[in-house]
Design a protein around this ligand. Structure first.
Ligand SMILES: [Zn+2]
Length: 276
């Protein structure tokens, strides 16, 4: 919003009342926006609320981009879908979203994930089911392609190695691809020479979008797996062309208490404390 306001002033200062010039500048600066990039909420309402509060504290965003797995594992599937739908957002389907509505077989899941999935299915309203049913596997938003696992295999493939990432750059057209699924914040870079690298994605340094193609994972909101139990998400600012990663502490024990109350598997309860 601030960027929008400042750009408006600059346009008036430099262009005066020349309407022919003001119009293209207006349409240009209206594209300066901020987007929240979130993935793998996994029915963890406490973590999700903490992330949304943090976004608000940072001045809000125009739209939330959600990379799938809104449900599964956690104790609040209906509440997380309901809360997400209150925001202007774009969401794609993850494997747990599809499993909860019977679109994929839980035989692909480990026993704990399958048990949580059966419980999740019983918590969803008809509206929730219709919403999950409506989610596409791939969405393109300007320079970005949004998928859950990988552009090659949006539902199931994990992108954790340079070799797999390199192959996947052939499967999307846009300059950048946003993925979730591994719950690990990371960046794969494919530069002009055709070389592919793994880049750290930390909260210390903003990721500047240059000429290279990138595959970016913002980490998981509701079940981080990089050894840091804090919720993970990112904000993309189209003005500065920068993506920043944020780690947000939340009341993990509050989520765990609800999981125990609903008899969700203890291994899933314990892992939240360790971020694995
Ligand atoms: Zn997931």
């Amino acid at each position: 919003m601030n960027n929008f306001f400042i750009s408006g002033i600059i346009a008036r200062l430099y262009l005066g009342h020349n309407l022919a010039l003001v119009i293209p500048v207006k349409s240009c600066y209206s594209f300066i926006m901020r987007y929240a990039i979130i993935a793998d909420i996994h029915a963890n309402l406490t973590a999700f609320r903490a992330v949304l509060d943090d976004i608000e504290r940072r001045g809000g965003v125009e739209e939330v981009w959600c990379l799938g797995d809104v449900v599964g594992y956690g104790p609040d599937p209906h509440q997380c879908i309901k809360l997400l739908r209150q925001y202007k957002h774009t969401c794609i389907a993850g494997n747990h979203d599809w499993a909860a509505i019977g679109k994929v077989d839980t035989s692909e899941f480990n026993p704990d994930a399958a048990a949580a999935c059966r419980w999740t299915a019983q918590q969803l309203t008809m509206e929730d089911i219709e919403y999950l049913e409506s989610l596409p596997l791939v969405i393109e938003k300007g320079d970005f392609t949004l998928v859950h696992g990988s552009p090659r295999e949006p539902v199931w493939e994990y992108l954790l190695s340079v070799s797999r990432a390199r192959e996947n750059f052939a499967y999307f057209q846009s300059q950048f691809c946003l993925v979730g699924h591994s719950h690990v914040p990371l960046v794969f870079k494919y530069d002009e020479t055709g070389a592919c690298f793994f880049n750290q994605f930390s909260t210390n340094v903003g990721l500047v979008l240059g000429k290279s193609r990138l595959i970016i994972n913002p980490g998981g909101v509701g079940q981080p797996r990089d050894g840091d139990p804090r919720a993970s998400y990112a904000i993309y600012d189209s003005d500065t062309r920068m993506i920043r990663l944020y780690r947000i502490p939340y009341d993990i024990s509050a989520t765990q208490v609800r999981m125990v109350k609903h008899n969700l598997p203890m291994r899933l309860v314990a892992r939240l404390s360790q971020g694995v």
